[in-house]
Design a protein. Structure first.
Lengths: 139, 143
């Protein structure tokens, strides 16, 4: 049953990305281009998503545990450090260069464009690079 | 790359669906709907339970986009940047979200919804970085 919930959650997320147009890098770049022909749609996507999650979490997280798991897996880190800020800045630069963030990039594989595949492969390489550097610095 | 139309209602509807997805995932499985972390968990290829739930979510994500694509006006005429931008952007997005432990969904939607100060700092940082980057690529270099 847990897996059914996860599959449905994934599908609704994918539908949301398609309906909102966030799956189109041109639309995301139009939002980020404040000095151009500005398309404010992304603001409505983030706002709608955040408020819905805020309301839902408010009730869900009052429970002792999820419906089909032993506990809530919530992030515990509170550190506002160079990793968080530097990593977010690099992510922002990559997002601004490409118009893609992870969710829409992966979801856009559905349409079979080679550009989506190339981006997702590059994104995997970047993640693995970060992992190998973390292993070196943490050792 | 052409300009796009402002579609507030489709944006709001899509955003509410994304938020609903995050609530369902938390209610059912106790997990944060953060796409960068879910994607990164697949790279282990170890077929553990941690791998499997992420794979199911990603399959749903792609299936949902495939199902809605033909009916969503906003999913037509998808336009991409050129090859260098896709490669450089992809590596930076993968690298940066791994360091920051989150992206537009994990920090942006879920983190802000949990009132996480870490996520607020992340969102402000990546938004500013992205806006400055687009200003430079479109109006300084591309001018």
């Amino acid at each position: 049953m847990q897996r059914v919930f996860i599959l449905i959650a994934g599908m609704i997320f994918g539908i949301g990305l398609a309906v909102s147009g966030m799956i189109n890098p041109a639309k995301v770049l139009s939002f980020l281009d404040l000095a151009g022909h500005w398309d404010a749609t992304l603001l409505f996507v983030m706002g709608g998503g955040m408020l819905t999650a805020m309301l839902g979490y408010h009730f869900v997280l009052k429970r002792k545990a999820p419906l089909f798991a032993d506990k809530f897996y919530l992030p515990t880190s509170k550190d506002i450090d160079l990793r968080l800020i530097g990593g977010s800045a690099l992510f922002g630069i990559g997002w601004g260069v490409s118009g893609f963030c992870p969710g829409p990039a992966v979801a856009s594989l559905a349409y079979g464009h080679w550009q989506s595949i190339l981006f997702v492969v590059a994104m995997g390489a970047g993640a693995l690079l970060a992992k190998s550097i973390s292993l070196l610095t943490d050792a | 790359m052409g300009f796009t139309l402002f579609t507030p209602w489709a944006g709001l509807a899509g955003g509410i669906l994304i938020g609903l997805s995050a609530v369902i995932l938390m209610a059912g499985a106790g997990r944060i709907a953060g796409c960068s972390g879910i994607f990164r968990g697949l790279l282990t290829l170890d077929f553990s339970s941690e791998f499997v739930w992420r794979a199911i979510f990603i399959i749903g994500l792609i299936a949902g986009a495939a199902a809605a694509g033909p009916f969503a006006a906003n999913a037509q005429n998808v336009e991409f940047v050129g090859t260098p931008g896709l490669v450089i952007g992809g590596v930076l997005v993968g690298f940066g979200t791994a360091l920051a432990h989150g992206c537009t969904s994990g920090h942006g939607i879920c983190g802000l919804a949990r009132f996480s100060p870490r996520s607020l700092v992340a969102v402000i940082t990546f938004m500013l970085a992205a806006i400055i980057t687009v200003f430079i690529t479109r109006h300084v270099i591309g001018a």
